[in-house]
Structure formats: C-alpha cells, structure tokens
Ligand binder design. Structure first.
Ligand code: NAD
Length: 468
C-alpha cells in the first residue's frame, strides 16, 4: 500500500489538498505520496509561524540549543527508517556515501550546530559612550531545497535558523519531499507548534513563498536560474536571501602526484552522490606528465564501483534522480563525443531506466558542454594541461565559483596554487569535503552568503546595535 506523507502545519499533520506521486528513481515505482500545498495552505502555515515567532524568539538560547540536541537524538533514533525512505525516493544507495551517510550527517550537523552561540559584541565602552552589537532573529524564514541531498540540506536550512530564534517553513523539491516531511514531523516532538513546518508542492509553491508578505527571508538551495528568479522575486519587499546555487568545480592535478594514491579521492570528489552534488569535482585538469596514469587509475576505481537499486545492500552508486537531469547528462556526454572527446569508461546507455554508467572522458576542452556547464551527474571530463598560469586562468574562467581543488605531493606548492583559485572553498588533495565548522558558499553566480559555523549562523540574524 502506498503511504501518504502529509504536510506539517502548526505542529500537526495536515492533508488538505491534492496528492501527488513521488517516484522511486531506482525502480520507477511509486515511493509514496505527498500533498501539494496551495497558496491558502501557505497562508495558514505563515499565520502559524507568525504566532509562534515571538515566543520562540524569546526562548533562552540554551533552551533552543536543548531543542536542537533533542532533534539530533530523534534523527539518531529514526536513522534507519529515514535512510530507507530517502533511498526509496531519491534513488541513492543505503551504503557508500549514500542514504545512511546522509542521515548520519544530519545528526552530526545538528549536534555541532546546537553547540554554537552568538554572544553580543561590545564595540566601544568608553567615557564617550557604549556600543553593543546584538544578533537578533529575522522572523519567518522560507526554506526551498533541491532533490540531491534533500534531508541534509533541509537540516542546513532549519537548524541554524531555529537556533537563532526564527521560525521556518520548508518546501522540499517536488522530486524528493517525503523524507523532509517525515523529518519535520519528527521535529515536532522537540519544538512548539509553528516553529518548523513543511509544505510539499508538485511544482508551484516556490514563487508563492518568495512573494509572501509574511515571510521575511528566503533561504534557497538550487540551480542558478531558479536562484536568479528567487532573488528577483524577493527583491519586491526586500526579503533577506541566502542563495546556495550551482557549481562547476575545477580540480587541478600537478605533475608530482602519485596517480594511484589520489585516484579514490578524485573518484569520490567527482562521483559523490553519482555526481549530483553542488560541490562535486566537475572539471578535472591533469598535467600532461601524469595524465595517462591518473586517467587509468581513476577509471580503475570507477569501474569497480557497484551500481544498482538503492535498497540493495551491495550498491555503492545509484541512478540519476530524475529524467530531466538524466537528459542533461546524456546531452553533455554526446556533445563531448561529437566534438572529439575520448570515452575512457561508461558511455550513453541504451536502457529506459535512470541508471547511467559512471562515465569518464579525456580530451574534454572549453566549448564542450561537459566542460562549460554543470553536468550534475555521473560524467566527468579530463582536460590535459601544460602551463600553470593557463590552467589557473581556465579554472577561474567560469560563472560559478563554489569549490575547487589542488592535488599535489608538495604541500607548499599546493597551498600557493590554492591562493590563486577564485572559489568559496579550495580543498587540497580532496574535493567536496564540507564540514559543519567551515563556512561554505560560493562566489560569482554560485550564490550569496554562507552556511555552516558561526558565519552561517550570523546569516540567520539581523544586526541590532544599541548605542548609549
Ligand atoms: P532547482 O533550482 O530546479 O529547484 C530547487 C528548488 O526550487 C525546488 O524545491 C523547486 O521546487 C524550487 N523552485 C523551482 N522554481 C522556483 C521558483 N520560481 N521560485 C521558488 N522556488 C522554485 O534545483 P534542483 O534541480 O532541485 O537542484 C539542483 C541544483 O541545485 C544544482 O544546480 C546544484 O548545483 C544546486 N545545489 C546547490 C547547492 C549549494 O549548496 N550550493 C547544494 C545542492 C544543490
């Protein structure tokens, strides 16, 4: 029997509205049903959030920390069920860097974030006067999230926001709403009604949120084109925005590497979550001296990774989550092949399902979609380089600037090169390894603002200065 996961409004399950099917990316079967909230449902949720806000904002910081810690405990207690639900709707395997990893990350992120504080700062205390800087909650925050890491990204939006004293209404992606709805249902055990609410939608609710006068901030993770619409829409009544958008991350491999030693790190950097990760390695630049050896070692790792149904304990990589994304990856690979790239492993499959073999191509150059656009899937292009200045210029010549990496056996040389890369995060000898104490965000069109750590927490507040 198909389970319906209701919206969560004012502390309770709410099933007003038409249901829609959520499809299991691995099997094509119905994973469950969600209920599409409309503008009237959103009004009710906003009213509940506005009722809850004064009390929650006045709740002592330590009590809000305790509530977040309780949420971490609830996630831990329900981890396996959440992981299975996530795997069923998203397609990602339970194992590998998959659904169990994601739910474990939710618990860890929640616990770490709950430990943070924002103390007032005394900017001046002299006979002439005193200046205090306080961080105060913003109000009601609308969180809009994508389908690739739906639960973990939900946690990134919810936990710092409520810790800082705000209320949240989260709208998960229409492709993967179920695990977020269940997560927010669990959170009700730790929170007063209206502090965190979840509304699913089969497509239309995002613009209603970005224009709603009762929402003070939009916290958005998704693609650059949608982020641009969110920002334009939020501009109407000057809503605050945090935008975590797309990436086309470069990785530069220097000639002094040991190809076999870095191959697994390169693989996970590029193919974590089957490449459907904002900060995955998407352009791999390898020095000509080690190009062939690195390509061979990387193909060796990729070819050994079992791909299959997310719920199969043997699977380490899964399908692409949806047909739209599958077509983007297929077109990028076809375009690269048409323009002369060389297929090293994988390739465009014949089947009608969403499984796309891990695909690596060499000879990928600017002008090919696989190089110039965010493929967001299991295909990676390798570009050979000779001149360091030229490869740095190429790496930086992109509208995105989320992450980047440098791979070398010489720490000092790698560190110097990292200084020349323009991105929100530069990793050395790894890629995409985000952590809750390291601010994460993009430059250029990869976004505005950061998440994680104290800097991320500050984004959930307004500055209030008291001068006496
Ligand atoms: P998307 O932009 O298509 O959708 C994201 C969310 O926006 C969904 O919930 C969707 O329903 C909603 N939405 C769609 N139109 C809207 C509108 N007009 N107004 C308001 N909301 C609207 O992105 P996606 O395909 O779900 O996710 C993939 C993208 O997300 C990739 O580009 C990826 O790089 C990016 N991403 C970025 C980060 C980061 O932290 N920088 C993390 C994960 C994913």
């Amino acid at each position: 029997m198909t389970t319906t996961y209701p919206n969560i409004i004012d502390g309770a399950r709410d099933d007003a509205g038409a249901g829609f099917d959520v499809i299991n990316a691995s099997t094509g079967e119905v994973a469950g049903r969600a209920i599409s909230a409309d503008a009237e449902t959103l009004d009710r949720a906003v009213a509940a959030a506005r009722r809850a806000f004064p009390g929650w904002a006045a709740t002592p910081w330590a009590d809000r920390q305790a509530a977040c810690n309780k949420i971490a405990g609830l996630i831990g207690a329900h981890a396996e069920d959440l992981a299975r639900l996530l795997s069923t709707e998203q397609g990602k395997p339970l194992n590998g860097v998959g659904a169990r990893f994601e739910i474990g990350g939710c618990q860890a992120w929640t616990s770490y974030t709950a430990s943070l504080t924002l103390e007032p700062e005394i900017l001046q205390d002299t006979p002439e006067g005193r200046v205090e800087l306080h961080r105060v909650p913003i109000g009601v925050v609308g969180a809009i999230t994508p389908w690739n890491w739906p639960v973990l990204i939900g946690i990134w939006h919810i936990i710092p926001t409520i810790l800082a004293g705000n209320c949240v209404i989260i709208k998960p992606s229409e492709n993967t709403p179920l695990s977020t709805l269940r997560l927010v249902e669990l959170m009700q055990e730790a929170l007063p009604p209206g502090v965190v609410q979840a509304l699913a939608s089969d497509g239309g609710l995002g613009p209603d949120m970005t224009t709603h006068p009762g929402i003070d901030k939009i916290s958005f993770t998704g693609s650059i084109p949608t982020g641009s619409k969110v920002m334009a829409s939020a501009a109407k009544d000057i809503k605050r925005v945090t935008l975590e958008l797309g990436g086309n991350d470069p990785g530069i491999v220097l000639p002094d590497v040991d190809p076999k030693a870095i191959a697994e790190g390169l693989f996970w950097g590029a193919f974590i979550n089957n490449g459907q990760t904002c900060a995955a390695l998407k352009r791999l630049y390898v020095h000509e001296d080690v190009h062939d050896a690195v390509a061979e070692a990387l193909v060796g790792v990729a070819s050994a990774m079992p791909m299959g149904d997310g719920l199969d304990e043997a699977s380490i990589v899964g399908p692409i989550q949806n047909r739209n994304q599958y077509n983007i990856v297929r077109d990028a690979v076809q375009d690269a092949l048409d323009k002369g790239a060389v297929l090293l492993c994988g390739g465009i499959p014949e089947g009608n399902d969403l499984f796309f073999p891990t695909t690596i191509l060499s000879g990928v150059e600017p002008g090919m979609k696989l190089h110039d656009l965010e493929q967001f899937g299991p295909a990676l292009g390798i570009t050979k380089w000779r001149d360091e200045d030229a490869v740095v210029a190429l790496a930086n010549d992109d509208k995105c600037g989320l992450g980047a990496s440098v791979w070398s056996s010489d720490p000092a040389r790698a560190r110097r090169l990292a200084d020349r890369i323009s991105a929100g995060t530069v990793w050395i000898n790894k890629h995409g390894m985000i952590q809750p104490n390291a601010p994460f965000g993009g430059v250029r069109q990869s976004g505005i603002g950061v998440q994680f750590g104290v800097d991320g927490l500050r984004e959930c507040t307004n500055v209030k200065t008291i001068i006496s």
